[in-house]
Write a protein that binds this ligand. Structure first.
Ligand code: 4NP
Length: 155
């Protein structure tokens, strides 16, 4: 890829899964010597301006990830032009993103776990569950982040 690639992680609320993906991917990219623009957003605006969920932060901080400065925002129209990879956490996010955008952008919109070495196809919404759900989110995101970095290194 000639220009700096840009990656947007997307979930429903942008307070649990996609900010976790942003923090984990930023951390791994920093260790990889790649130069990538990274952001996250939600398809819905329930929590605009809020920091990531404390439960997501607690499990991720145990593994050394840093959430400082992250603040919830909603997906906006120009994201579809600006980002090369628009990576949805689940099938519902994927179909919402396609409904929100022109067909010419649909090749950019994929499931994040396409890059994971794992039988799961979705990062399950942890919001109404317990701590184990947040641990699973982190496990899946770490695997997909490693796969995405390997993919980007080949571009
Ligand atoms: P996320 O989780 O999509 O991973 O950020 C959720 C956050 C908030 C809500 C649902 C899911 N909510 O209904 O407010």
């Amino acid at each position: 890829m000639q220009h700096k690639p840009a990656v947007l992680f997307v979930c429903l609320g942008n307070i649990c899964r996609s900010p976790t993906a942003e923090a984990v991917f930023r951390h791994k990219v920093k260790q990889s010597a790649l130069n990538i623009e990274i952001d996250s957003a939600g398809t819905h605006g329930y929590h605009i301006g809020s920091p990531p969920d404390k439960r997501s932060q607690a499990v991720a901080e145990m593994r050394g990830y840093d959430f400082s400065g992250l603040k919830c925002r909603k997906v906006q129209d120009d994201d579809f032009e600006r980002f090369d990879y628009i990576l949805a956490m689940d099938h519902s996010n994927l179909s919402n993103l396609k409904d929100m955008s022109d067909e010419k952008y649909h090749d950019k919109i994929r499931l994040f776990l396409d890059f994971a070495d794992d039988p799961h196809t979705e990062v399950p919404d942890p919001y109404y569950g317990g701590k184990r759900g947040f641990e699973l989110v982190l496990d899946l995101i770490e695997s997909a982040s490693d796969g995405l970095i390997a993919h980007l290194k080949q571009q």
